[in-house]
Design a protein around this ligand. Structure first.
Ligand code: ZN
Ligand code: ZN
Length: 186
């Protein structure tokens, strides 16, 4: 959790007055700068309703909840800070990456990486393999089926029953492209 020194520093920012800090020391600078920028922006634009609800770490990245305004610039500022925490060590603030240690997510530099941790990507590959091993074919109930798109719906099929369906990944990529084109052509 946060050192007294860092806590006191953050408490000098008025929007952080009444909330607990549920993150570690490494993000202090980022959250301090964000608070300063929000204060300054709200002052310049006469926004008096901005209210922080919660600042916490979840799945090794920052979640910054607030209410009282729909201002787009503020939203972008907060989102950018949240994204930056994906590469800022929670402990010391040096550049790092998001890792998984025995199911626990954290973001750390080289020095603060726990031996044997997986990167978020490696973790996903293992998770996918596990869920594939459990997945049953919709036709014959054999385990180890893959996901496919049969033209109408997503379906799980073993090697024997996959027919000439495209995989669900291919389907989602295709769907994403269609969506982008639709937006472009508006
Ligand atoms: Zn570190
Ligand atoms: Zn089958």
């Amino acid at each position: 959790m946060l050192s007294t020194e860092n806590r006191n520093l953050l408490k000098t920012i008025s929007i952080y007055d009444k909330i607990p800090f549920e993150f570690n020391d490494g993000w202090t600078d980022l959250i301090y700068t964000l608070g300063k920028n929000i204060e300054m922006y709200c002052k310049l634009h006469n926004i008096t309703t901005f209210e922080v609800r919660q600042i916490k770490e979840k799945f090794a990245t920052l979640r910054f909840y607030y209410m009282g305004t729909n201002d787009e610039f503020l939203r972008a500022m907060v989102r950018e800070a949240e994204e930056q925490t994906e590469i800022i060590c929670e402990k010391c603030g040096k550049r790092g990456k998001t890792l998984v240690d025995d199911g626990r997510w954290y973001t750390a530099c080289k020095e603060h990486t726990v031996d044997g941790s997986l990167t978020a990507k490696e973790f996903k590959v293992i998770q996918d393999a596990r869920s594939k091993a459990m997945r049953k074919c919709n036709v014959c109930d054999t385990r180890g089926a893959d996901g496919y798109w049969d033209g109408t719906t997503l379906t799980n099929r073993c090697e024997e029953h996959r027919e000439d369906f495209i995989t669900d990944d291919e389907y989602f990529i295709h769907w994403e492209e269609e969506r982008k084109n639709a937006i472009k052509n508006k």
